[in-house]
Every structure is written in C-alpha cells, then in structure tokens.
Write a protein of this length. Structure first.
Length: 156
C-alpha cells in the first residue's frame, strides 16, 4: 500500500512538472513585429594609445524591427567604462548612437564589454572594447626629422 501510494505521488509530480513546462513554452511566442537592434560594429579596437589619450568611441545602431525600440539598460563590465545612450524610444528605421568613454589613465591591455538590454528580439547585445594603453616616452613625444647630408636648408 505504501509503495503504490508513493509511486502515485511521484508519478503525479512528474506529470505536473511536464505540464508546467509545456504551458510556459506555449506562452513565450516571438512577436514578428518586435523591434530589432542592428549595430554597424560590435567591437571597437583602440589599437595602441598613450596614457591620457582619447578614450571615446561610438556604436551606431538602427532599429530594423517594426515597433519602437527601447533601451532599458546599458551596463559596462567595470567602472572605468562609462556608456551613455538614448533614453527615448527609437522608431523603426531610425539610427542612434551609444557613446562610451574609457578611462585611459590605466596602463595595459583593454578588454571590456558593454551589455545592451532592450525590448528587441535579439536582446541582449554585447559590445566589446579592446586595445592597449602604453606610457608616453620622450622619444615618442617629439618626432625627429632626419636630414640626409647635402639636403640641409640653405641660409642666405
């Protein structure tokens, strides 16, 4: 009796779990008119820059969907990377820009990310920043001109 009762309870839990999963998957249907965010680029490579150099970059995107796009959150992977983004809805077919400022007072390689969360069907989108920050040396600060013998300027 105890075995059949425990088997009945176990079986009912399994059936209830399978039914609950099926109901959840039926509720989540993709909206064919949903906004879609399409970036011109998702990686910005600073290359090699000097300490204190220009750490600004921009990521241009377009709403390629059929409904207004709303960016709910744009978060960076650390405090040295500060994004700014449009707060108003972006209409279908319109272009906008996410601006990012990286603190270039930190030497070494750059490998940061910015995560864009929106109501788009392809959300979230991860944007990447890469590069290397080096210390400015006196040799690199003033470019030298080499004058070959016989090519010196004439003085009158």
């Amino acid at each position: 009796m105890k075995k059949s009762f425990s088997m009945l309870i176990t079986l009912s839990f399994l059936l209830f779990g399978a039914y609950a999963q099926n109901v959840q998957t039926e509720k989540v249907q993709e909206n064919p008119n949903a906004p879609e965010i399409t970036f011109d680029k998702t990686v910005h490579d600073y290359g090699t820059i000097f300490v204190g150099g220009d750490g600004h970059c921009e990521y241009e995107f377009t709403n390629t969907g059929k409904e207004p796009l709303i960016l709910s959150s744009v978060r960076s992977s650390c405090g040295c990377t500060v994004p700014s983004w449009p707060r108003e809805p972006i209409l279908p077919g319109k272009k906008e820009t996410i601006k990012v400022k990286y603190d270039t007072n930190r030497m070494g390689p750059i490998n940061k990310s910015v995560t864009v969360i929106s109501n788009a069907k392809n959300s979230p989108v991860v944007l990447r920043l890469s590069g290397n920050i080096v210390k400015k040396t006196e040799e690199s600060a003033i470019p030298e001109k080499s004058i070959a013998p016989g090519n010196s300027p004439m003085v009158k």
